[in-house]
Write a protein that binds this ligand. Structure first.
Ligand SMILES: [Zn+2]
Length: 350
């Protein structure tokens, strides 16, 4: 874990005598899931974790039967998943002394929150809930009040640079990437592996200078930016293709060793789950990349105000419009129209 000393300390202290529910709150990419799985490993390990035993290893990889992770299948946790979480929470542990139910992305749950609330309030003594959320929307306030809250903070640029350099990224490349990564180590790693990072940053930065008062230019720029956006998915796609190939190889080896219907069905489920995770990652990468671009654009307007090229009030309005779109992206998939409309409005400001 990089840069989350307080959260790690709190969870380590809690592992000896856990309460029934924890809420890990903080922006995406700050290590909440890694921390949740490490905490779960400490809860199910016969030796209290951190001994690298078989139980710990399986818990950390998400393969322990008493550590159940409910990744959402669609835009949010479904009612079926919420009911299944409730059912599993009531179940006795299979191998260890505890059942750990991990609920990621709970800030998106909304309609399913009431179904979860009762279980989170009164789970069996052997069950521990680990809810993960990027922030606490009004729907989650009641659940949050029933959980011990652990905060995850965005990483500082220094922490990001330190982590990237430790992983072999040259310092002169690590610094600009850390500035783009929005406090997130997962983003910083992805950007560091992407040769197109700098060109994309420049494309967003040049938007204010290129807008010329015509709708045609705004449409062209939106199209160019979305082309960059599409290409930005390439490193992730390459990594995912490698994962698919690796899983196929593992499955083939296992089926050759133990050819059975059960093994075949398990292999199919594994492939489906990997596919679902990859779709989530792609959606998230797209939103992240668009947010990164919008942040560069907002900074470009601020810089123009500082340089005296734009009146302060226009700059503030521009940044307000850009931030508004960025906040909307959590629930909104209609990027292209939204982006084009933004550019037209920015253009009218100037
Ligand atoms: Zn262990």
């Amino acid at each position: 874990m990089v840069g989350q000393a307080q959260a790690v300390k709190a969870l380590k202290a809690a592992a000896a005598k856990p309460v029934h529910a924890y809420l890990l709150v903080g922006p995406a990419g700050t290590g909440k899931m890694d921390a949740a799985l490490a905490f779960a490993a400490m809860l199910v390990c016969p030796n209290g974790g951190e001994d690298g035993c078989e139980t710990c290893r399986r818990a950390l990889e998400g393969l322990h039967p008493d550590v159940v992770v409910f990744e959402r299948e669609g835009a949010a946790l479904s009612m079926d998943q919420a009911l299944e979480a409730t059912r599993l929470a009531a179940r006795s542990p299979l191998e260890s002394n505890r059942t750990v139910v991990v609920l990621p992305d709970l800030h998106l749950a909304r309609d399913t929150v009431p179904a979860l609330l009762k279980t989170i309030e009164e789970p069996p003594a052997s069950t521990v809930f680990l809810a993960l959320a990027e922030f606490v929307p009004p729907e989650l306030v009641t659940i949050a009040s029933r959980c011990v809250r652990v905060e995850f903070r965005p990483l500082t640029e220094e922490q990001l640079i330190g982590a990237l350099v430790a992983e072999g990224v040259p310092p002169q490349r690590a610094a600009p990437i850390a500035a783009l990564a929005g406090g997130r180590l997962d983003r910083a790693r992805l950007l560091a592996n992407d040769p197109g990072t700098e060109a994309r940053r420049r494309a967003w930065e040049e938007v204010p200078a290129r807008l010329d008062g015509t709708g045609a230019t705004a449409a062209l720029l939106a199209q160019e930016l979305l082309e960059h956006l599409k290409r930005s998915a390439e490193p992730l796609t390459a990594r995912q293709e490698a994962e698919v190939a690796l899983l196929a190889e593992q499955n083939a080896r296992q089926l050759a060793a133990v050819p059975s219907r059960v093994a075949q069905s398990a292999a199919r489920t594994g492939v489906q789950e990997l596919g679902a995770r990859h779709k989530r990652e792609q959606r998230r990468q797209r939103t992240d990349e668009l947010r990164t671009g919008l942040a560069v654009l907002a900074r470009a307007y601020r810089d123009r105000v500082v340089a005296g090229a734009l009146p302060g009030q226009h700059g503030a309005e521009a940044v307000g419009l850009i931030d508004g779109l960025s906040a909307d992206l959590v629930f909104n998939a209609g990027e292209q129209l939204a982006l084009q409309a933004l550019l037209v409005r920015l253009d009218r400001l100037a």
